[in-house]
Ligand binder design. Structure first.
Ligand SMILES: *[C@@H]1O[C@H](CO)[C@@H](O)[C@H](O)[C@H]1NC(C)=O
Ligand SMILES: *[C@@H]1O[C@H](CO)[C@@H](O)[C@H](O)[C@H]1NC(C)=O
Ligand SMILES: *[C@@H]1O[C@H](CO)[C@@H](O)[C@H](O)[C@H]1NC(C)=O
Ligand SMILES: *[C@@H]1O[C@H](CO)[C@@H](O)[C@H](O)[C@H]1NC(C)=O
Ligand SMILES: *[C@@H]1O[C@H](CO)[C@@H](O)[C@H](O)[C@H]1NC(C)=O
Ligand SMILES: *[C@@H]1O[C@H](CO)[C@@H](O)[C@H](O)[C@H]1NC(C)=O
Ligand SMILES: *[C@@H]1O[C@H](CO)[C@@H](O)[C@H](O)[C@H]1NC(C)=O
Ligand SMILES: *[C@@H]1O[C@H](CO)[C@@H](O)[C@H](O)[C@H]1NC(C)=O
Ligand SMILES: *[C@@H]1O[C@H](CO)[C@@H](O)[C@H](O)[C@H]1NC(C)=O
Length: 432
């Protein structure tokens, strides 16, 4: 009697925790060679979606159309295990400047004007009745993390921009360390703040240093003096050290140049200038470093060409048997995406990545869950589209295509065919 009374809760506990060694979220994560490992030492691979929260309002998108619970449920229904949640350093600057986090109502009015801001704010409260007139921006991030925790989805926090706005162009002032809005000390402070703040979430497993470093096209002096791998190195070493001090548990993602389309000198260990090279063993937190790349080569006509390009751009970091690879590190494709319509998922780009990434056990986050934005580039209630060259676009010219998995009002999939035949099988192949 006593024995069985003791035993059955133990069996339930073991059943709930799988291995019995650790329970979801199975943190903290670490790296070993090219693998990301969970707290029990098992391989994990990210398969997830981007959720933008770095634009003008500094509030994660979509909440005027849907509850956080419904959005997370949709992400979960795809089998995904992570979100890449983006934020702006300006959000943290505001906290330091005013001494407190900004209220939702104020944020919406600042970004959308008195009348539309108030209307959108009211619909956000209707959709998300747990919020009220005392809720702040960061509390929305907290609520998203909490819902993700409940549904067993990990959070990767991405510093997308400094000044909150649609990203990215070379002339937007957010492009490079020291650019018009990219104040280096504010950036470092913001990273530390979020590293510390996110610790209590429990499911914050990783953070980026900065989205898409790129040439600061608005300042030719800065281009010639600083847009190079040497300055990149100085800045990422300092900032990653600060994150690691603030929160030693999180993985730290390093992104490359030219909109994070290549990070070649890190795996190859070639010169970064001034005879400086990248040596992962010189970091005391070597087991926290992950590389990330972005790819939107959607007009690709050859899968082997696309694979070779990705390999040279940085995916070689996964290959310990390549003698030219000095720093073997995990690699995650944190942005990529394709038109959510009835045909593009069958094209070279989509099918190529659908096979290539799972074949490498490489993680990924697709751009983007959002069906629309509160405001983007000055237009309110902006339908999610992106100007890109597309395989199915006659003449391969630039077309505005919808990358959003969800439709405009976030109520359903924009293309059920792309979800069923493209996204879901890819998640399964990645995690299977
Ligand atoms: C991770 O997975 C790979 C391939 O399935 C395997 O070779 C490797 O031993 C695994 N590592 C661990 C720690 O399980
Ligand atoms: C305010 O919202 C309405 C639609 O509800 C829209 O027509 C109008 O353009 C918006 N105002 C601004 C300044 O964008
Ligand atoms: C916030 O709402 C409460 C009731 O829910 C109300 O008493 C209070 O006055 C409101 N505060 C502001 C600043 O509107
Ligand atoms: C960066 O911002 C800080 C305030 O946080 C300010 O003191 C400093 O001068 C700024 N640096 C530059 C280069 O503008
Ligand atoms: C360009 O960058 C340089 C170096 O950081 C800086 O000193 C200068 O003020 C910047 N110029 C402009 C116009 O922003
Ligand atoms: C880099 O190293 C080479 C060979 O050791 C040397 O000749 C060169 O002066 C060094 N360059 C710099 C910038 O230190
Ligand atoms: C890399 O750094 C480690 C630790 O500081 C050192 O032992 C090793 O010699 C370095 N490797 C190279 C190629 O410089
Ligand atoms: C890894 O590198 C080896 C040696 O260069 C090469 O033969 C192999 O094809 C590479 N593997 C992958 C998956 O790229
Ligand atoms: C996609 O296919 C479905 C089902 O055949 C159809 O209802 C829908 O209109 C198509 N969408 C587009 C954008 O062609």
């Amino acid at each position: 009697m006593l024995f069985s009374q003791l035993l059955s809760p133990l069996i339930v506990l073991l059943a709930l925790t799988g291995s019995g060694l650790c329970a979801w979220p199975n943190g903290p994560f670490s790296t070993s060679g090219r693998w990301i490992l969970d707290g029990s030492g098992a391989n994990i691979t990210y398969a997830g979606a981007n959720w933008p929260g770095a634009a003008d309002t500094m509030i994660p998108e979509g909440l005027q159309y849907s509850s956080i619970e419904n959005i997370v449920t949709k992400i979960k229904s795809l089998g995904m295990n992570v979100i890449r949640l983006t934020y702006a350093i300006e959000m943290i600057d505001d906290i330091y400047e005013s001494g407190s986090d900004t209220l939702l109502e104020t944020s919406f009015i600042n970004a959308l004007g008195e009348s539309n801001g108030t209307a959108v704010y009211n619909t956000v409260l209707r959709q998300n009745p747990q919020f009220n007139n005392g809720t702040t921006r960061l509390e929305v991030f907290d609520a998203i993390a909490a819902e993700c925790y409940k549904q067993q989805i990990w959070v990767h926090l991405d510093n997308h921009v400094s000044k909150a706005q649609w990203c990215c162009s070379e002339g937007d002032g957010n492009s490079w360390f020291g650019d018009t809005y990219f104040n280096i000390s504010n950036w470092q402070r913001g990273l530390q703040y979020m590293a510390t703040h996110g610790e209590s979430w429990g499911n914050l497993m990783s953070m980026s240093l900065r989205n898409e470093p790129r040439s600061p096209g608005d300042n030719s002096t800065l281009v010639s003096e600083s847009y190079n791998w040497g300055d990149w190195y100085t800045n990422v070493v300092t900032a990653s050290g600060l994150i690691n001090q603030a929160n030693p548990d999180v993985l730290i993602f390093f992104s490359g140049l030219s909109y994070d389309t290549y990070i070649t000198p890190i795996p190859t260990g070639e010169s970064l200038g001034d005879n400086q090279t990248f040596n992962k063993s010189s970091f005391t937190y070597e087991d926290k470093i992950v590389l990330e790349l972005h790819n939107y080569a959607t007009s690709a006509t050859s899968c082997s060409d696309l694979e070779n390009t990705l390999y040279v751009d940085g995916f070689s970091s996964l290959n310990s048997s390549d003698p030219s690879v000095v720093n073997v590190l995990p690699m995650v494709l944190t942005e990529w995406g394709y038109s959510q319509d009835n045909t593009t998922y069958q094209g070279v780009y989509a099918t190529c990545l659908q096979d290539y990434l799972p074949s490498l056990h490489a993680g990924w986050m697709i751009w983007v869950i959002a069906g629309s934005y509160y405001i983007r580039s000055g237009t309110q209630d902006y339908d999610e589209t992106w100007g890109m060259s597309v395989q199915f676009n006659p003449g391969n010219g630039i077309a505005n295509v919808p990358l959003g998995l969800l439709n405009h009002d976030w109520s359903g999939w924009r293309s059920p065919a792309a979800i069923e035949n493209g996204i879901v099988p890819m998640v399964q192949a990645t995690l299977g």
